[in-house]
Design a protein around this ligand. Sequence first.
Ligand code: ZN
Length: 688
Amino acid sequence: MTLATSNPLLTSWNTPYGLPPFASLQAEHFKPAFDAAFSEHRAELDAIASNLAPADFDNTVAAFDRAGRSLARLDGLFYNLTASETSPALQAVERELAGPVAAHTNAIYMHAGLFKRIDALYERRASIALTPEQLRLLERVHLDFVRAGAKLDQQVQSRYGQVTERLAELSTKFAQNVLADESSYRLVLRTEEDLAGLPDFVRAAARQAALDRGIADACVITLSRSHIVPFLTFSSRRDLREQAYKAWTSRGEHEGLHDNRPVAREMLTLRREQARLHDHANYADYALGDTMAGRASAVSDLLMKVWNPAKKALEDERAALKAMLLSRGENFEVEAWDWRYVAEKVRQVRYDLDESAVKPYFPLDRMVEAVFDCAQRLFGVRFVHQPQVQAYHPDVKVYEVRAADDALVGVFLHDNFARPSKRSGAWMSSYRLQSRHGADGVTPIIVNNNNFAKGAPGEPTLLSFDDARTLFHEFGHGLHGLLSNVTYERLSGTNVLRDFVELPSQIFENWLSEPEVLKKHARHYQTGEAIPDELVRRLEAARNFNQGYETVRYTASALVDMAIHSQEAVEAPDIVAFEAAELQRIGMPRGVGMNHRLPHFQHLFSGSSYAAGYYVYLWAEVLDADGYDAFTEAGSPFDPKVAQKLRQFIYSSGNSLEPSKAFEAFRGRGPTVEPMLRKRGLLEPAAG
Ligand SMILES: [Zn+2]
C-alpha cells in the first residue's frame, strides 16, 4: 500500500464518536495530512471569496466559520498528542510544521478577497438583520482579521507574516526545551538517609517513577510538580532540597542545545515589532486591546491591590517560620528551597494538619466521582465510563456525557497521570468543539490533562488537597467546553477572551471546599470512612495559611510578565538580567521565588495566549469569588436557580455574549474586588 492509501488521516474516521484513529497513527502520517487539509481549507476560502453572489452573513461569515473541518480535526489531534503523549518523531514533525501552520494562518487572515467581503459586511452591520450571536460572530471574525494584520499594506503584511511564522517556530522550540530539561533530570535517592523526612506517599510515587525509568531499588524525584513540590515540602535534607530546587528553577537556563534564553529574547523582540506594525508602542498594549481589562493600567491597578498586602502577609508568615526554626533548635535564613518545608512544620503545629494524614481521604477515583457528582447536581449531566473505547494511552479514560433526557452532550477524556512523554502542568483542551454546523450539530470532545504522581502498582493514587483543587479546576474548564451551546464554532466553549477563560475553572474549585461535598466524597481509601468533621474544620482554618507566600510568587510572575512585554526598545533585553532587575525594582522579598521564571515560563513563550496575560488568574478570581457568593447568598452550594443562571450565562454561552454582560446577567450586577481580597485573607481591616 502507498502512504496515501494507508494513511488513516487522509480518510474519514470511522470510529466511536468520531475520535481520532489513535491505534493506527504514525508520526509520518501528519505532514501529508496537514498539506491536504491546508489545500482543502484554502480552496474553501477561495470559493467564499470568489462567490459571484454579493456578500451576506451566511455565504461569507457563517461559511468562513464552517470551513476548515479537516484542518480543525487534525489540529485537535496533533497538538493534543504533542502535549500529552509525544515522541522524538512527533517532536520532529512539530518543528517541521510550525512554519507551515503559521504560514497557513497568515494566508487565511491576509486573504484580501475574503477580508474585502467580511469588511464590507462589517461596515454595514447596523443595517443588516442579524441575531445577537450573528452580530457577535461578525464583529469577532472582523477583529480576528484586523488583529492578524488584514488591514496592513502589502509590504508590511509580508514582513508581518515572517514575524508570526518565526514566532511559531520559536514557541515550539521553547516548549520542547523545557520538556528536555524536565525529562533529563532525576534525583535518585537510594538510602534511608536520602529519603529522610519523606512520608510514604512521596516514597511510593518516587519508587513508581524509578520503575517507569527502569531504575531498580531506588526512588526518583522528577521535576514534575507532583514530585518536586512534595519533596520540597517534606525532605529534611536541606542539601538535597537545594539541589532539586535549583534544578527545577533553572529549567531552560542551561548553555547548549536547550537554552531558552536566546529563544525568549528573540520572541520578545519579534513581539515588539509585531505590536509596532499595529501602531502599538509595546506588546502589552497590543495584547490587552482584546481583553476585558482593555489596558495595561487596569491590570497593574489590580496587581498592585494585592502586591503590598501580600508582602505584608508574607513577612508575618516569615516570622512564624523563623520562630518554628528556633523552636527546633535550628537557625538559618529561610531560602526559597526551605520555605515549603518549614511552612509545613508550622501548618502541622498551628492547624494540626499533616498533609500525609489528609491524602488518604483524597483518592483520585473518589475525587473524580466528586467532580462528576457536582456537575450532575448543578447542571444535570451524567458522565458514563466507556471502558471499551481506547484513546492514545492506556491510562486515559473515555466518558460519554449525557443530559438529563439522555441526549449525548459530548465526550470527555480524562488523562490524569504524569509520564515522561507528557508536558508538565495541568490543562484542558479539545479534539472537537461544539457548534450547530451540519444537520445534527457537532458534539464536543474535550480532554483534561493532569500530572498526578501515579500510585505504586496495586496502590491507589492519593491526591493532596492542592492536587484535588487542580482536578476541579481543569474539570471546570472541561465543563466550559462540554456545556457549550452556541451556533458558531468561533464563539464556542473556551473560545472566549483570555481574562474570562479562567472564570469557569476557578469558580468550580469552590465546590471542593464545601463541607457537604467533602463529607460525601472525601473518604478514606482503606476504611471508606468520611473525612472527620474535625479535619474539615482544620482544612478550612488552614485555607488562608501561606497565602502571602502564594500571592507573592504569583504576583511577582505576573508583574515581570507585564514589565517585559511593556518594553519598547527595538532589541529585547537579556531576560535573566531583566527579571532580576525588575524583581529588585518591585521589592521582591528574598527567599521566596516566583511561580515561573522567564526561561521556563510556558504561559508566555509556548504559544502566545498568556503573553502579557499571566494576570488573568487574578482577574478571574475577582469574578469567581464574587460569583460564588451568589450561591452563599442563596443559602446552598447547589441552589438550582443560581446554578441555572451559571450554566446559561457562563458555562454555555461561550463568546456569544460580551463577557462583562455575561457576568452581569449571571450575578445581577458587575463584579466587586472585595470578595477576592477577603478570600485570600488580604483585606485590610476597615478603618475606625
Ligand atoms: Zn485554568
